[in-house]
Design a protein around this ligand. Structure first.
Ligand SMILES: *Cc1c(COP(=O)(O)O)cnc(C)c1O
Length: 445
């Protein structure tokens, strides 16, 4: 089976030639936090299958709702038609923002949500008579997806360089990454310095800029770069002052991953209210890791900018599976688990246990910048050049599999992003084995 699939399936983010020596792991089924291979081996899914799986595999509660939905309505087009799952999901999500972001536009993957947000921002300005606002700003090291439009605001060389002639690049400004603190600087100081760099750009370019896109609190794909929440309040104030939209990409950090449902809830503006963007993108965990679903939530002023008798002033974007009822129902089941199990509170308890158990690793001589936010832990292995980092990542992944862990470092950055269902024994197994794998990889290296 493995060799056949090697010919026919072209795997994502993969140099296929590497699999001439490293076999793929053929998964036969999943249950809770565990994936089971056809040969009987099991793996603790410590990165939630690329950050999507929140409540485990084959979750009985999500399964039950999907089975019920399957017998009612699998799909109907969302132009001219509507259905209960998409209405309920939109209302529940809007309510979580106090209805400030009260309009939900749907797609199926994160990159499409990012493209929707960019198009919406540009078109909203154009409808308002500001057609010159056609540029975007992203952070150094940002990742917002890999379609051609999303690559415009993605600043990761590996993903962008090969395609750069196709891409209309955004302005890239300093990241508030707390690891960049100079001597004597706090994380908040770095955040203020990064905000000042953004202001320097806006001062002379704002009339051409539609939006700034930020992944709040943790820039995940670049290697779990964490920043102080004050950055978000500063950027909100700048966007207001210079008349630029603020897009929060909560595709990875949303849905409780950062400790609150939306990461932005942890940033407070000068008037004491949580920082709120003009547009927010959600995907990944929103369907519990079951089905492709993404959405963009927009404020009333943005919605109103399109509300008109003229079709061409409407938002011109559609996907065949927009608002798919099965995916929306999986999302509703996911939100229900958040409520019924008081998941955010339970995760704080889990996080304390995991952080405490990782303390020896945090203090390890070959570990740099141990960091944590909500249900994300990360640290950088002391390996020096990029070649060594890629080699470290591959060896760590292989060793972790031998220890029943699915962990996939980003270069030299090891991170944990487990599902929100680990019991105490699973937390302890994860932390103890992560430390063992690290020790063994560093000794071999
Ligand atoms: C994964 C991710 C995306 C892209 O989502 P896809 O569904 O993979 O297209 C965009 N932004 C962030 C922050 C992500 O983590």
């Amino acid at each position: 089976m493995v060799s056949r699939s090697l010919k026919s399936v072209w795997h994502p983010c993969t140099q296929m030639q590497h699999h001439s020596t490293t076999p793929l792991v053929p998964v036969s089924h999943g249950r809770g936090a565990w994936l089971y291979a056809a040969d009987g081996k099991r793996y603790l899914d410590a990165i939630s299958s690329w950050w999507v799986n929140l409540f485990g595999h084959a979750n009985p509660r999500i399964n039950a709702q999907l089975k019920d939905q399957l017998d009612k309505l699998e799909h109907a087009m969302l132009a001219g038609f509507t259905h209960e799952p998409v209405v309920r999901l939109s209302e529940e999500l809007s309510a979580k923002t106090g209805n400030v972001l009260g309009h939900c536009f749907y797609a199926s993957d994160g990159a499409s949500a990012v493209e929707i947000a960019l198009k919406m921002s540009f078109h909203a300005w154009r409808n308002g008579g500001h057609a010159a606002k056609e540029e975007f700003v992203c952070l150094k090291g940002s990742y917002h997806g890999e379609t051609i439009g999303a690559l415009a605001v993605t600043d990761i060389d590996l993903f962008r360089d090969a395609y750069s002639p196709l891409v209309k690049r955004a302005h890239v400004v300093m990241s508030p990454d707390a690891r960049d603190a100079r001597d004597g600087e706090t994380a908040a100081d770095v955040a203020r310095r990064a905000a000042a760099a953004l202001e320097a750009l806006l001062q002379h370019r704002a009339q051409h800029i539609a939006a700034v896109i930020v992944e709040p609190l943790v820039q995940c794909a670049t290697g779990m770069a964490m920043h102080d929440p004050i950055y978000l309040s500063e950027v909100r104030a700048l966007c207001d002052r210079y008349q630029v939209h603020l897009i929060f990409d909560e595709i990875a950090v949303g849905c409780g991953r950062s400790g609150t449902f939306f990461a932005s809830e942890q940033a407070i503006s000068s008037d004491g209210t949580p920082v709120s963007p003009d547009l927010v993108c959600l995907s990944k965990g929103i369907s519990g890791g079951y089905l492709p679903l993404s959405l963009v939530m927009a404020t009333e002023p943005i919605y109103q900018a399109f509300y008109d008798a003229d079709t061409r002033r409407g938002f011109l974007h559609s996907h065949s599976y927009t608002g798919n009822p099965l995916a929306c129902r999986a999302a509703l089941a996911t939100l229900q688990i958040f409520e019924e199990d008081d998941v955010l509170t339970e995760n704080r308890r889990r996080a304390q246990r995991i952080t405490a158990a990782l303390e020896p690793l945090a203090n390890h001589a070959k570990v740099r910048h141990f960091r944590q936010r909500g249900m994300i832990w990360a640290f950088d292995a002391a390996v020096d050049d990029p070649g060594a980092a890629a080699d470290f990542s591959r060896r760590f992944f292989a060793k972790a599999l031998e220890s029943e862990l699915l962990l996939r470092p980003i270069g030299a950055t090891v991170y944990l992003m487990p599902p929100y269902i680990l019991d105490d024994a699973e937390c302890d197994l994860l932390t103890a084995r992560t430390a063992e794998v690290f020790e063994s990889v560093m000794q071999d290296g």
